[in-house]
Ligand binder design. Structure first.
Ligand code: ATP
Length: 191
């Protein structure tokens, strides 16, 4: 079983591409969603977050997003520490999830943060220009402003970085996604 990462900047179309892979029977691990679940439900993760940020990090058991956002906005080192709790927990959880799908030819792990390492065999990069991504996100997330989206983009890995680490690139500026996905699927099931 190959462990394949799928990455790209905000609004590049990672989830859209993953949904096409899912129609081919490929299991997908959505790192963002799983991170949220671990933060809300995993006793060890919760305890570590409370140790870092205090009891207020949870309100009646629920993750106190406004409090945490404010705390990490005011102190960037807290964000680094928080990531130091959440990222390894997600990585470990993803590894277990992948092992549970060992009977498949390959599985996908979707994440905006990706490093080339021993936990992934191949990486797919979903690419689209900043302007196209911005327009798509403004349409999808009506509560977000252009300024906010540009700030997120500035904080993410660059296209050059993604190109460097990836084995396959999906260009998502047109409507030719399905043939691109099929070509990669074919390579992954025969490699
Ligand atoms: P995020 O980083 O926010 O999780 P993402 O990379 O997963 O985003 P998607 O959610 O897949 O991106 O796509 C962003 C938006 O753009 C969605 O509303 C999606 O429907 C739309 N979209 C993606 N690809 C295309 C395309 N080829 N043509 C038109 N719209 C698209």
């Amino acid at each position: 079983m190959l462990r394949v990462g799928i990455t790209g900047g905000i609004g590049s179309g990672k989830s859209t591409v993953c949904r096409i892979f899912e129609t081919l029977g490929v299991p997908v691990y959505y790192a963002d969603e799983e991170a949220k679940k671990l933060i809300s439900n995993d006793a060890n993760v919760k305890a570590e977050i409370i140790k870092l940020l205090g009891e207020e990090a949870y309100l009646n058991g629920d993750y106190n997003v406004p409090f945490v956002k404010k705390a990490v906005f005011q102190d960037a080192s807290l964000l680094t520490s928080l990531n130091g709790i959440v990222h390894p927990a997600v990585k470990e959880h993803a590894m277990e999830w992948m092992e549970a799908h060992a009977d498949k030819p390959y599985v996908l792990k979707e994440a905006a943060i990706m490093k080339k390492g021993t936990d992934l065999d191949k990486i797919i990069y979903v690419s689209a220009s900043e302007e196209i991504r911005l327009a798509r996100i403004l349409e999808r997330d009506t509560e977000r402003t252009e300024e906010e989206i540009r700030a997120i983009m500035k904080n993410q890995f660059s296209p050059a970085y993604f190109e460097e680490i990836s084995d396959f690139i999906i260009e998502n500026e047109n409507d030719l996604l399905i043939p691109q996905v099929l070509a990669i699927h074919q390579k992954l099931i025969t490699s």
